[in-house]
Design a binder for this molecule. Structure first.
Ligand SMILES: Cc1ncc(COP(=O)(O)O)c(C=O)c1O
Length: 367
């Protein structure tokens, strides 16, 4: 029997794979075609020559890429504070295996991207899940967090801009969480894969790795940069012992990243701000359609998002049954709350895709 339990989202997608024609749940904006991306960047994604060496990469990651990421996204960090990973998933896996042991307590908040807690649970940690309050715009209850911290607490896990609710953390709340973690000497893992997609650019938070010596920032090309084909992510942290331990864990997995991916990522990162701006315009235009859809559809309700391209829409009918009926009858895939370890009767609705009006119309036919 495998020690890896199937994640709900994977299970749900596999169960309905033969029925799915299209989807409206994706957490990332519609990925670019190569032509669109190169037009936006004004340069080729990859320039290779006959003498390009096709060898292994360095264990921290391609130096020009780490320099580009620190220069563009983390001005207070140095390239040596970064370790590149194969997607964000590998970053989650290796950082938790680097830091956590059986019996450690980990605190996280639901709804949540399931691998963030499943990984710690698999290691044997006691994961305490604190629900974000949908009646309080999905904000973290700081007092509840403080009460949950005890001597065994080793890590707090948060994710902002938040998948699936689209909420942001205020600077004050981040500072308060950092202060609590510092006081109790706890690691703060901040999944920042949607950073850059704040609907108002001025709402972007400083990266936790820049402001807390035990803060870990997770980033990736697949989410706010919308390029999952390039399986490149990174971990940023001031603590060198942590990065060294991550390298050790990674030596059991990918060893180093795909070098063509890292070169392509280096070019993309130089254009990160232009890509964020492009996506922001696209997703806000879709959001206007979704907002109007909510106004005329009494069966759904959601808190207006402030970042990313998903909402967590509460339903008047059972969410899992609804999602199954929708995919069976129309071929349209949405993901119910069980995938986010949340009790609210809700589905994740994305608004980063194309043909959005058409997709929303398919949705209505099942109510
Ligand atoms: C919050 C969050 N973190 C991490 C990831 C993993 O990203 P990737 O699939 O690129 O590894 C996802 C993917 O949806 C996500 O939503």
């Amino acid at each position: 029997m495998s020690i890896f339990k199937s994640l709900y989202m994977t299970h749900f997608r596999e169960k309905w794979a033969s029925k799915v024609k299209t989807s409206i749940h994706s957490s990332n904006p519609q990925p670019f075609t190569l032509g669109e991306l190169e037009e936006l960047m004004g340069e080729p994604l990859l320039t290779l020559s006959a003498d390009t060496v096709l060898g292994y990469g360095s264990d921290l990651g391609y130096q020009p890429l780490r320099q580009a990421v620190s220069g563009q996204l983390y001005p207070d960090l140095h390239s040596d504070n970064l370790l590149t990973t194969t997607g964000a998933q590998e970053g989650i896996y290796i950082s938790m295996h680097a830091l956590l042991n059986r019996g450690d307590k980990v605190i996280a908040f639901t709804p949540i991207f399931e691998p963030l807690i499943a990984t710690a649970q698999r290691i044997g940690c006691a994961v305490e899940l604190l629900p974000l309050d949908s009646n309080n715009s999905w904000q973290i209850d700081l007092q509840r967090l403080e009460e949950s911290i005890d001597d065994k607490t080793r890590m707090v896990i948060i994710n902002y801009p938040h998948n699936p609710t689209g909420t942001l953390l205020s600077k004050e709340a981040l500072e308060a969480i950092i202060a609590l973690c510092r006081q109790h000497d706890i690691w703060l893992f901040l999944d920042e894969v949607f950073r850059g997609l704040e609907h108002k650019p001025e709402d972007r938070l400083p990266a936790v790795a820049e402001h807390y010596e035990k803060g870990i920032s997770l980033g990736v090309l697949s989410k706010s940069l919308g390029l999952p084909t390039i399986r490149v992510g990174w971990l940023a942290c001031q603590n060198q012992a942590f990065l060294k331990q991550c390298k050790t864990v990674r030596s059991y997995l990918s060893i180093c990243n795909d070098q063509l991916g890292e070169r392509a990522a280096t070019v993309v990162i130089q254009h990160a701000e232009a890509i964020f701006d492009y996506y922001r315009q696209h997703l806000l235009a879709n959001y206007a359609l979704l907002d109007e859809f909510k106004r005329i559809t009494p069966e759904i309700d959601f808190y207006p998002p402030k970042g990313g391209c998903t909402v967590f829409a509460k339903l008047a009918v059972d969410s899992e049954q609804f999602a199954e009926k929708l995919v069976k009858e129309t071929g349209l895939l949405v993901i119910p709350n069980q995938a986010f370890c949340a009790e609210e009767n809700a589905i994740r609705l994305g608004f980063g895709g194309v043909d959005y009006e058409k997709h929303l119309a398919m949705f209505t036919s099942v109510f």
